[in-house]
Ligand binder design. Structure first.
Ligand code: FA5
Length: 345
């Protein structure tokens, strides 16, 4: 029996589909870039592509074969579409890939981060004092008048409270206690003594704020290291010995310490502290802060008996220490975040 004409059409259509599937998959496998992939899509799945062009042959297929041939047509279409999507996933579209990636090109160097010179100074100072038996205490940067002034023996009418020398904070209402940004880490002396019984030996390092005009040695926000030692029979000799030990450990074996008489409301007697250190090959005196014996009024404010306890305290400017140690001649560079400056340390 000879096949009918319609059976021949069915056969031809199935053959054509078989051929499209085979060549489509083979050509797709050979595509290597997004352009070739797009050409393939147009050739096989496009509106004038091979699958669309054989559609009209359907009308000549025998009626009873139409469902089976239609199913096969769908199958081939799905196979080609799925293979196309797969390939697209591996080589991407022309827009997404852009220029080819050349893995042999040297990459952009990644800048390596480092600790800020001030953070390093803080760590170094903490370590030296820790070796000398000082533990670390802490306190808030937003303070009340009691901790920043009253308890430190600074009376109501003292010029240190002048609004021109302090950052007072605006009150939400007029009833709450007056608050300000602390002007010195001496506030932490009070906070520590309020919650600890003597003897004690602590340092406190942190930011302090003063509305000073910015110049090479002054900034409106800077850091201080505070030291406080309270025990029985503490003397100025203990104070000078501790500062001397610090200077030798931090600035080198030939560093020296000098104390010049001065005045602070919370110490009596009081002194300015200078340290002699090597700057550009030569030893020089540098003023770093203040110190003294804790005033009996301060002990009374925190509930310590001044007849039983004595103590020393000191407060040094961290920026001044870092500037001297690392040869930085302008404090403002520490806060400008210029990578060219910071990378030197
Ligand atoms: C005080 O702040 C005292 N609380 C120090 C003290 C503590 C005395 C304990 C006695 C007992 P003075 O205001 O001098 O003291 O500041 C201490 C140091 O902070 C200065 O010597 C300086 O190194 C640093 N300093 C002061 N003002 C600035 C500023 N505007 N910018 C950078 N550093 C500053």
């Amino acid at each position: 029996m000879y096949p009918t004409q319609q059976a021949r059409y069915t056969f031809a259509m199935l053959n054509a589909l078989q051929e499209i599937e085979k060549s489509g998959l083979a050509e797709l496998a050979a595509t290597e870039d997004a352009d070739a992939l797009e050409q393939w899509r147009i050739a096989y799945l496009g509106t004038k592509g091979k699958l669309k062009t054989i559609m009209p042959m359907m009308k000549d297929v025998a009626k009873e074969d139409k469902p089976a041939v239609g199913q096969r047509l769908n199958e081939v279409k799905k196979t080609l579409e799925a293979a196309f999507a797969d390939k697209q996933g591996t080589i991407g579209t022309a827009k997404a890939t852009g220029p080819m990636l050349d893995v042999t090109e040297p990459g952009l160097p990644m800048g390596q981060g480092r600790r800020h010179v001030l953070s390093r100074t803080v760590d170094e100072i903490t370590e030296v004092f820790a070796r000398m038996g000082f533990s670390v205490a802490d306190g808030p940067e937003v303070e009340d008048e009691w901790h920043n002034f009253n308890a430190l023996n600074i009376p109501e009418d003292h010029p240190a409270r002048d609004p021109i020398d302090n950052f007072y904070l605006q009150q939400g209402n007029d009833t709450g206690p007056l608050r300000l940004l602390r002007t010195q880490t001496s506030t932490v002396q009070i906070r520590t003594m309020e919650k600890t019984q003597p003897p004690l030996k602590v340092i406190a390092i942190g930011r302090v704020y003063r509305p000073d005009t910015h110049d090479a040695t002054h900034y409106s926000m800077f850091h201080q290291v505070e030291g406080l030692y309270v025990d029985r029979h503490v003397t100025m000799v203990d104070l000078k010995t501790s500062l001397f030990q610090f200077a030798r450990a931090y600035f080198g074996p030939e560093a020296e310490v000098r104390m010049r008489p001065s005045f602070f409301p919370f110490t009596e007697p009081s002194a300015e502290v200078d340290m002699k250190m090597k700057i550009k090959g030569e030893y020089q005196w540098v003023e770093l802060g203040g110190c003294g014996m804790v005033d009996p009024n301060v002990f009374e404010a925190v509930g310590y008996d001044p007849e039983q306890w004595s103590g020393f305290a000191f407060g040094l400017g961290i920026e001044r220490i870092a500037m001297r140690k690392y040869g930085i001649s302008d404090i403002r560079w520490l806060y400008e975040n210029d990578g060219r400056f910071l990378r030197q340390f």
